[in-house]
Design a protein around this ligand. Structure first.
Ligand code: ZN
Length: 142
């Protein structure tokens, strides 16, 4: 039986509160203010914002979504039910991996009020919903 990710309801008020939380930390993006921010909503009802944290290498730059997920983790929360969006594809991957670990189909709260589950944004996800990283004909490298 294929694993099914569970959607948790998100109210319009919660989605608006997430957008407000993400907006409130705009001055704190590093090192330049007013860059990318995000916020996550957890099963406890808590909202954790995140800010982009840029590296001169660019490769090491942390996106607001990544730091919002880490912010929740710092508080011992990994059951994310929603995150603000839209998101770049690097962040979609991180959101997807959080979803398959928790079993929760994280809803992306767009700035127009739409809620779009991450599963709908990942038509050919890797790893798959079961966490498999290899096709049936491939073998792991160890
Ligand atoms: Zn991103």
């Amino acid at each position: 039986m294929t694993k099914v990710l569970k959607i948790h309801p998100v109210t319009p008020a919660q989605a608006q509160a997430m957008q407000a939380a993400a907006k409130a930390v705009k001055p704190n993006t590093f090192p330049v203010p007013d860059h990318f921010t995000a916020a996550v909503l957890t099963t406890s009802g808590a909202i954790y914002p995140g800010v982009s944290y840029r590296s001169d290498t660019r490769t090491l730059t942390m996106h607001g979504e990544a730091t919002a997920l880490a912010h929740a983790a710092i508080h011992g929360e990994s059951d994310i039910i929603a995150i603000t969006g839209p998101n770049c594809h690097i962040c979609k991957q991180l959101i997807w991996e959080s979803a398959i670990r928790s079993g929760i189909d994280i809803q992306v709260a767009m700035d127009d009020g739409q809620l779009v589950p991450i599963s709908k944004q990942m038509p050919y996800p890797w790893p798959d919903v079961e966490g498999r990283k290899f096709a049936k004909h491939e073998k792991p490298l160890n």
